[in-house]
Design a protein around this ligand. Structure first.
Ligand code: THU
Length: 158
């Protein structure tokens, strides 16, 4: 028997202005993208913005539905919009924000799974910038850090 331990490291910034310029700009675009949110049921307005390899930024918000289980998170609407508008561009980073929230805006398991597959397909990491608790911001070098033991295309191989 072996015991193995996984550790992850990430950066914590105390406020938005402390973030490196590129991350800060993307975080602000994610905040702006809350305007695209359609969240009449939860009133939890999430905005996500992705930065592509050519520098283009595409944002979107969560899209809810009266059939609650059909709600789609902002991370996935932003990624889908990017795929439509710039299908040949790798995603370099994603920022996720929400209001009203003083808590960590933590991507759900489904979004982590989708981010993981995008990393696999483009063979490049996606930097993840999250609105943290109490005005902090968390930065992860790769979405992979958020989903240990993901299920991906490689797991379908015989
Ligand atoms: N939501 C997101 O859009 N992203 C997240 O990271 C967490 C949750 C949405 C789904 C739903 O519309 C609302 O927030 C409340 O769960």
């Amino acid at each position: 028997m072996q015991e193995k331990t996984l550790t992850i490291s990430f950066l914590v910034y105390q406020n938005l202005e402390d973030l490196p310029a590129k991350d800060r700009d993307l975080a602000k675009r994610a905040q702006d993208s809350q305007n695209y949110s359609y969240a009449p049921y939860s009133n939890f307005r999430v905005g996500a913005a992705v930065r592509l390899e050519n520098g283009q930024v595409i944002g979107n918000g969560n899209q809810e539905n009266a059939a609650y289980s059909m709600c789609v998170c902002a991370e996935r609407t932003a990624l889908a919009a990017a795929q439509t508008l710039a299908p040949d561009q790798a995603v370099h980073a994603i920022a996720v924000t929400a209001s009203p929230s003083r808590q960590l805006v933590s991507p759900c398991g489904a979004c982590r799974q989708v981010l993981h597959e995008r990393e696999v397909v483009q063979n490049q990491p996606i930097r993840v910038i999250l609105q943290g608790a109490e005005g902090q911001w968390l930065v992860f070098e790769s979405a992979q850090l958020l989903i240990p033991f993901p299920f991906g295309p490689e797991n379908l191989k015989a």
